[in-house]
Design a protein around this ligand. Structure first.
Ligand code: AMP
Length: 228
């Protein structure tokens, strides 16, 4: 398999999990690693936001769940991940950003990888103090035309207030970046996702990254670890 690597006699893939509280910069870092290794960055949040735009019962359901800051049910989430991982571009490896987020999803992912005879290379834990998350997310604005165009009213303001520098579309705040939804997401994260790190620690896969460092410093560390 292209991109597979031999470590201690075992074949392992370029399969990375990115875990961290919202606003920890894991999405940006996943994009950078994805470009560097030419493997897809698979974000369950992005998959759901794309379906949310559809005028369908599933789109309506996802809009309701995401806007409230709650989690999408495990079965549905894992089914969508399974479909995404079956695409040919994921054959050499992939980065999962925001999945797994519950114990049930860890089990689903284990089953998917076992079926394919594949294994996780590393779990990156982007460690950011809780109080930093609101400070980072609340001023975030995204482009209404392309959600990968991301601004921050303090650290990276657009040149013209409320307008995307790249394509001129209006900017907006994601509903789930509003204070009430942020609080709910942080609570979900602490209750459901943080404990999952122990599962991966027991497998010796967790690499802690200090997410308070500059974006470039974090990228350097991530690339070094991925290439070990
Ligand atoms: P994110 O962009 O990763 O912050 O995800 C945005 C929203 O999508 C979350 O607040 C959840 O509602 C939903 N979501 C994303 N990933 C998952 C997941 N693995 N399990 C359940 N819900 C998810």
């Amino acid at each position: 398999m292209r991109g597979a690597r031999k470590i201690c006699g075992l074949m392992t893939d370029h399969i990375y999990l990115f875990m961290g509280i919202q606003g920890s910069g894991k999405g940006t870092q996943a994009d950078r690693l994805s470009k560097d290794l030419s493997i897809p960055h698979i974000s369950t949040g992005d998959i759901f936001r794309a379906v949310m735009k559809e005028d369908s019962p599933l789109g309506d359901e996802l809009r309701r769940i995401l806007n409230s800051g709650a989690l999408v049910p495990d079965e549905l989430t894992s089914r969508m991940v399974r479909e995404r991982l079956a695409k040919p571009d994921a054959a050499p490896g992939f980065i999962l950003d925001g999945y797994p987020r519950t114990q049930g999803q860890v089990e689903h992912l284990d089953a998917m990888l076992t079926e394919q005879g594949r294994s996780i290379h590393a779990v990156f834990f982007f460690d950011l103090p809780e109080e930093e998350t609101v400070a980072r997310l609340e001023p975030r604005r995204i482009c209404t035309r392309d959600q990968s165009h991301i601004y921050h009213l303090v650290n990276k303001p657009p040149k013209v207030d409320g307008i995307c520098d790249i394509d001129g579309a209006p900017l907006k705040q994601r509903d789930d970046d509003k204070p009430e939804a942020i609080r709910k997401r942080v609570e979900e994260y602490k209750r459901e996702t943080l404990p999952l790190l122990d599962i991966y620690r027991a497998r010796n896969l967790v690499r802690r990254i200090d997410a308070t460092l500059s974006m470039d410093a974090v990228t350097e560390e991530v690339l070094d670890i991925a290439k070990e």
